[in-house]
Design a protein around this ligand. Sequence first.
Ligand code: NAI
Length: 346
Amino acid sequence: MPSTAQIKIPATLIHGDGIGPEIMAATVAVLDALGAPFQWDPQIAGLEGVKIAGDPLPAATLTSIRNTRLALKGPLETPSGGGYRSSNVRLREEFKLYANLRPAQTLIPGGRFENIDLVVVRENLEGLYIGHEHYIQIDDDPHAVAMATGINTRQGCRRVLEFAFQHAISTGRKKVTIVHKANIMKALTGIFLETGLQIYQQKYQGRFVLDTVIIDACAMKLVQNPWAFDVLVTTNLFGDILSDLVAGLVGGLGMTPGANIGADAAIFEAVHGSAPDIAGKGIANPTALLLAAAMMLDHCKLHELATRLRAAINATFNIDRVLTSDLGGRASTREFTNALIKRLGP
Ligand code: NAI
């Protein structure tokens, strides 16, 4: 019988746009050095999909993920205003990736905030992200009025809240905060708050502390006293915004990974986008994608490899002091990657 180390795990690999190919090359090199048993099926999406296949989400990419049920994905560019619909949103819908798990931890002491250890759980399929939008023309202005419909369902709220509550319990977290705006969007985000309170009372009371906070106050409190939070669970748009905010507490977008978990697949990626302002310069920080790869290893129950990868990242930062420019250092993506691979050593 082959040993566990020899069993290959098929996984889809999407390099992505902008800095995507640079940070993905770094991540794959590190995973190879680690001996991670992924058997990659490279596919395209986003702007690269449009350029090569005339489609931001080609059928072959969907087929690959349908087969592997597992993907590591670089950032995908989405045009603002007009243009094609986000391939990220479409992937989440296609594979019912209802929970977006986004941890943020201080990895380099001495920054503006110390000892941050937060998790944002973002609802990934509903809310204002569903894209039910249109304009109304008045006289000769075709964009005189813009309208958007948000939809949150009881079932959708329940499954992401249950995911957050279960995650809190399985990882020994002490507190979950439901973030909402039920004072103004009484139905749209009221249903999320109401469902969370109900589930907690029915099934989870006493297993962790449940708190609730309005999104605007939450933003302020996260900056003033982030240590008062532990797990935050919230609706789609608020989760999107809060995860960038918490990234700012731990050194920026180069540091925060995300997992899109669903019934039919799991897709791992950085929280950040394609960073067109630094693309092609060889200076992007690959840490967020590397940490996403560590989450992917954990998802595949390869905990020892995930732990080794995180320890090597920590040593590269804090013992070798090799840092990319977004963290105040001078290392290029390649120099950081080489230092990290050296840390993984034989
Ligand atoms: P962004 O996250 O790409 O960049 C914001 C800022 O953070 C930029 O100054 C960038 O240089 C910096 N940054 C991001 N990642 C970095 C890294 N690894 N190392 C060093 N600096 C880093 O957000 P932006 O510019 O608003 O979006 C660009 C494109 O990315 C858009 O088309 C957007 O739709 C897309 N996007 C895709 C996401 C995904 O695929 N999951 C998520 C967010 C945005």
